[in-house]
Ligand binder design. Structure first.
Ligand code: 6GU
Length: 245
């Protein structure tokens, strides 16, 4: 997976990206990041890339020329890549979208700043508009880092344990079950007996049930799209009935 990012703050993205698991994945050449500084394509001797909005109003708008030239500088290498514009007006990012984007070979992220980017260049190059939630940030850099982390960890080989990407939170639209490690007793609380029993089937069943219990308690909205067996649906109905007593 090759990520490209068009930004006014390349160091911010590169430094954060090249940390921990993504750093190791980049060293293994499973993923790569190319940050393009939009300012390098300024058409102005002061390296300005923004100007006042036509029609008036607060703030500055990023000019179309430098954004387009930055895009052109990588478009051959990133052949056929989707161009993801990070904006609070976009579709709200979720795990399903991460899984879809993870199938791509190249992805280009476009990060705006100030009051936004001239509409004409957006119309020309953007294929997807994505937001990371209903709040406003100062730029698209943090959102694109969020997306690259969520997508990068799905690339085969990036996580040590290749099953862990599947069984974590949001697999089957359920939250993750509780985890325990040594010691057996901490502050008078014991690790559940079933996890120490060595009975694989019972452990699996207990974990699935805990996932359902947790999802019902913390994120009941997820259950509408959860992948449950007939038995698990019955278990969920019993839980709801118990809760209503
Ligand atoms: Cl993608 N950009 C900005 N500027 N703010 C956001 C966002 C994106 N997602 C949530 N808030």
């Amino acid at each position: 997976m090759n990520f490209y990012i068009l930004t006014l703050f390349p160091e911010m993205v590169e430094d954060t990206f090249h940390t921990s698991i993504m750093k190791r994945a980049a060293e293994k050449e499973l993923i790569s990041l190319t940050a393009v500084n939009i300012r390098d394509f300024s058409e102005n001797k002061h390296l300005k890339v923004d100007d006042y909005p036509y029609g008036g109003g607060a703030g500055m708008v990023m000019q179309p020329g430098p954004v387009y030239s930055a895009y052109e500088s990588i478009k051959e290498k990133a052949k056929g890549a989707r161009v993801v514009y990070m904006t609070p007006q976009g579709k709200v990012f979720n795990q399903k979208m991460a899984e879809e984007f993870a199938k791509e070979e190249n992805l280009i992220f476009l990060c705006g700043h100030y009051e936004g980017i001239d509409e004409r260049v957006l119309e020309e190059i953007v294929t997807d508009e994505v937001s990371i939630g209903d709040y406003v940030l100062t730029g698209g850099e943090l959102p694109s880092l969020v997306m690259m982390d969520a997508i990068g960890r799905l690339v085969p080989g990036v996580l040590n344990n290749d099953v862990s990407a599947e069984i974590e939170s949001f697999h089957d639209n359920l939250l993750e079950y509780p985890q325990y490690t040594r010691p057996v007793t901490f502050h008078d609380k014991e690790v559940p007996e079933v996890l120490r029993s060595g009975h694989h089937g019972n452990v699996e069943k207990w974990r699935r049930e805990q996932s359902i219990i947790r999802t019902l308690k913390k994120r009941p909205d997820l259950l509408a799209d959860a992948n449950l067996t007939k038995k698990e649906k019955q278990f969920l109905e019993n839980l709801k009935r118990e809760n209503n007593k």
